[in-house]
Design a protein around this ligand. Structure first.
Ligand code: BEZ
Length: 387
């Protein structure tokens, strides 16, 4: 049977039409949409994530899988209601290949909900809300940071073993703070220990009246979550209130990237985190050197998470030779990556969250020095995740 010339021309045209999206998707610049805070109490967190992400891609000649990179970066202002239109613009109008963000858990949950529908490949470089890789998990959602549970649950055991029986938990009253309290209370209260709950409004940094209350409660210790600008104020005010010498202060994030600004008020604070600047590995030395040279700033966990987001993109896009059209293959490449992180090498769990070691640190003269390992190779339980 022979195909008539006009029919064969039609077939060729159809095949060419089908190939257009493949060629346009894989020849153009790779578009990365970034939604991070550049103003407000989390401004430094967002800036460090963005700068370290761009640094990692710069170290790869500003390319991903051989393609040039274009960034579309938006200030989240930590504004949850406005995040819907900002995410929709990046996804639907700008048609980004990858979406990176946010810092704030409330925005993170919204982002997960929206990109689960759109299918946009999304990398969360900070927001810790459990449900991002839990009930909202999806093949196209990855996280290079941590979950609320991963940090707070081990801290419960640490403080119980330290002999504390009554602990005040102070935190900003939004998703991440509330989940931190819940996971901490679950593990701390195993033998009837008491957690006294003191939530404070986000992003306010007025703590005096709460410290007066703590002085009258006289707990064995305080466990606090604050970050960025609010954390600097908290630590200075805690010392000024006279509580520092009377009631030991434990924390998550409180002294990260802020210890120098907090000065001697931060000395002695014990913190739990998946990184310390004094980790002795090559990736950490390299980032400390190159980040300082690029930005004039010291590395913190936020820079590390941005850098690792860059590594995930570099390695996965190399593996698929820059092909963003075949998403399934790209997602598989992302799932198989081993990140040579400044926090130590890590892989992703089935729910796309880092499996990582959680450290105990103590602040001395502006540095968070490792004093122990709180838990090794911690994998978030990813409650409710169905993929
Ligand atoms: C969060 O909202 O998930 C978050 C913000 C700052 C530091 C850590 C967690």
């Amino acid at each position: 049977m022979s195909i008539q010339p006009h029919k064969s021309r039609t077939i060729i045209s159809i095949v060419l039409l089908c190939l257009i999206p493949f060629f346009t998707a894989n020849a153009a610049k790779v578009k990365i949409g970034i939604l991070l805070p550049y103003t407000g109490t989390y401004a430094k967190l967002g800036t460090h994530i963005r700068d370290a992400l761009m640094l990692r891609i710069e170290q790869n000649k500003n390319t991903l899988g051989g393609r040039e990179v274009e960034y579309i970066s938006v200030d989240s202002e930590m504004n949850v209601p406005k995040s819907t239109s900002r995410i929709n613009k990046l996804v639907k109008k700008d048609k980004v290949d990858f979406l990176v963000g946010p810092v704030h858990s409330g925005i993170g949950i919204n982002m997960a909900r929206l990109v689960k529908k759109s299918g946009t490949i999304t990398i969360v470089p900070n927001a810790g809300a459990n449900q991002i890789t839990g009930t909202h998990c999806a093949p196209n959602i990855f996280r290079t940071s941590f979950t609320s549970w991963q940090l707070a649950y081990p801290m419960g055991g640490v403080m119980r073993k330290a002999g504390h029986k009554r602990v005040v938990m102070m935190y900003w009253n939004y998703t991440f703070g509330r989940q931190t309290k819940a996971a901490f209370a679950e593990s701390f209260s195993a033998s009837n220990e008491e957690v006294i709950d003191i939530p404070t409004p986000f992003p306010k940094a007025e703590f005096q009246s709460y410290f007066t209350k703590i002085a009258t409660l006289h707990p064995d210790a305080v466990f606090a979550f604050y970050s960025g600008g609010g954390a600097v104020q908290f630590v200075k005010d805690y010392a000024a209130s006279g509580l520092k010498d009377a009631i030991p202060l434990y924390s998550t994030f409180l002294t990260e990237g802020t210890a120098k600004a907090q000065g001697s008020a931060a000395d002695g604070i014990v913190s739990i985190l998946h990184y310390s600047r004094d980790l002795d590995n090559e990736a950490n030395q390299r980032l400390k050197r190159t980040f300082k040279a690029k930005t004039g700033e010291d590395v913190d966990i936020f820079a590390v998470q941005g850098y690792d987001t860059g590594s995930l993109l570099v390695q996965a896009m190399d593996a698929v030779a820059g092909d963003t059209f075949h998403k399934k293959a790209l997602i598989q490449a992302m799932e198989s990556v081993v990140i040579d992180s400044p926090r130590g090498p890590f892989t992703f769990s089935k729910a796309h969250n880092p499996i990582q070691t959680i450290y105990l640190r103590q602040t001395t003269k502006g540095e968070n020095k490792i004093i122990g390992v709180a838990a090794k190779n911690v994998e978030d339980p990813a409650t409710g995740c169905q993929m």
